[in-house]
Design a protein around this ligand. Structure first.
Ligand SMILES: *Cc1c(COP(=O)(O)O)cnc(C)c1O
Length: 448
């Protein structure tokens, strides 16, 4: 029985993937309206598996956003390489929970392998180790919890035991353009969203090196590789050596931008990041693995372990570094499995080529818009393009027309007090043809 069940799903998967290039990128209104058919009371008696999966296919399928197509340019969403979907299925079949090595030797093994590969790809210090978390938000949280631990320990203060009341002050210094997830991490860690020093940025959202505040050994400095709007990078080479020298903890949020370090053409943007103490990177964005998958990388793994470890009678630590000690969670999926599949499939050159290609396509998109007389608001240094058609009203009407047409999907943003349409290229599936068709659709929408 389960034989047929899984075959049917495999058939459906092939069908869904084959239709991607022709289907609407965003579901039409009727498909979304039909979701109300899910509004049923919980069944008294369970349904057949076939019936349940059919509901997902027939009602759910048409209402999906085709983020795995080559013409979804919203947020920085990535896609999922087919090999990673397959690996993800295998790991679901195995139902592995790699919090402890004894729960999943294979899950732990592949995380360790991927950890080494990532540190190597990004050229980070070889002492670094990785924690596999749900995404960049939790990677930032884990890194900043470790930074808090590290600084207070220097004062003889055990924050895990004694909390923050009465603790020595920690200086938090951030780019004025920090990602909202940093704010969330600071809020959760008792460091406060407002209790920070913000460093002014330039017109691309980069920290102004000439406006750095005093950095000392009680400072957590948070910088960014890849601004969510412009794609820009902070001037690491100018600011990190000083902060490092002062004994600050330096954290780099590189949710998508850190991937530049794995290329030959864009690596220069990340020069100097190796001086940091911790880094955040997402796999579910630009590495094109299924959600949810992010990684915290830390140069001082023992400090992460001291921060995240716990005691319970039934948990017998068989290894000094159990996987859960590198993250904030106990139970979770075995994220190393699909990550390993992606990196095995792409290899070093394929990974670099994927990132390069997306950046070249972003540039092409910007050129097409510019040639048609439209204003690009950012220097296209990576995979992000900000365009305006003159006013917020006009931008929204262009977006609406595009989205109604269904050829591609883009979102909007406010960039330095100006409304803009934000285009992000991050899918392995995107082709030059996708870019041309999408740019033409956008220009058409602007012209009528
Ligand atoms: C996407 C993003 C985040 C948040 O990542 P999640 O994986 O959604 O938690 C954090 N920082 C930056 C720069 C991002 O682009």
């Amino acid at each position: 029985m389960s034989d047929k069940l899984f075959h049917n799903i495999a058939d459906y998967a092939n069908e869904y993937m084959d239709n991607l290039q022709d289907c609407r990128v965003y579901p039409d209104n009727s498909a979304v309206r039909n979701l109300s058919e899910f509004d049923q009371p919980i069944p008294d008696h369970g349904l057949e598996s076939e019936n349940i999966l059919n509901q997902l296919r027939e009602l759910g399928g048409p209402a999906t956003v085709a983020t795995t197509s080559g013409r979804y340019f919203g947020f920085v969403i990535g896609s999922a390489l087919p090999v990673t979907i397959g690996a993800n299925w295998i790991s679901a079949v195995w139902d592995q929970c790699p919090g402890l090595d004894i729960l999943s030797p294979i899950g732990n093994k592949l995380e360790k392998v991927v950890s080494k590969w990532l540190v190597d790809l990004f050229n980070l210090p070889s002492s670094s180790d990785c924690g596999f978390v749900s995404g960049a938000t939790m990677a930032n949280f884990t890194a900043l919890a470790t930074a808090r631990h590290h600084i207070l320990k220097k004062h003889g203060w055990d924050v895990e035991e004694d909390g923050l009341f009465g603790a020595p002050e920690i200086n938090v210094v951030v780019s004025a353009e920090y990602h909202a997830s940093i704010e969330k991490a600071l809020a959760l860690l008792g460091l406060g969203r407002s209790r920070v020093t913000k460093i002014p940025v330039d017109d691309q959202g980069r920290i102004r090196a000439d406006s750095m505040p005093t950095i000392d050994a009680n400072t957590i400095l948070i910088v960014q590789a890849g601004n969510v709007n412009t794609g820009s990078f902070d001037p690491f080479e100018k600011i990190l050596p000083v902060a490092n020298e002062a004994g600050a903890w330096i954290h780099v949020d590189g949710a998508f931008g850190l991937w530049a370090a794995a290329t030959s053409n864009y690596k220069h943007l990340t020069k100097g990041i190796e001086l940091a103490d911790s880094w955040t990177v997402d796999l579910h964005k630009w590495l094109n693995v299924p959600y949810d998958s992010g990684v915290v990388i830390c140069k001082h793994p023992n400090e992460v372990i001291d921060t995240m470890t716990l005691n319970a009678g039934y948990i017998l630590h068989r290894q000094e570094r159990e996987p859960y000690m590198m993250t904030q969670a106990m139970s979770r999926r075995a994220r190393g499995i699909d990550a390993w599949a992606a990196l095995s499939y792409l290899g070093r050159t394929g990974t670099s080529a994927l990132i390069d290609r997306c950046c070249i396509f972003a540039d092409l998109f910007a050129q097409k818009l510019q040639q048609a007389g439209h204003e690009i608001l950012n220097d296209v240094v990576l995979n992000q393009v900000l365009v305006t058609f003159g006013s917020k009203e006009k931008n929204l009407s262009v977006m609406q027309k595009l989205q109604d047409e269904g050829i591609c999907w883009v979102g909007d943003t406010t960039w330095q007090n100006q409304h803009a349409i934000r285009i992000s290229v991050s899918s392995w599936r995107t082709t030059e043809e996708d870019i041309i068709v999408s740019a033409e659709a956008m220009i058409r929408a602007a012209n009528n």
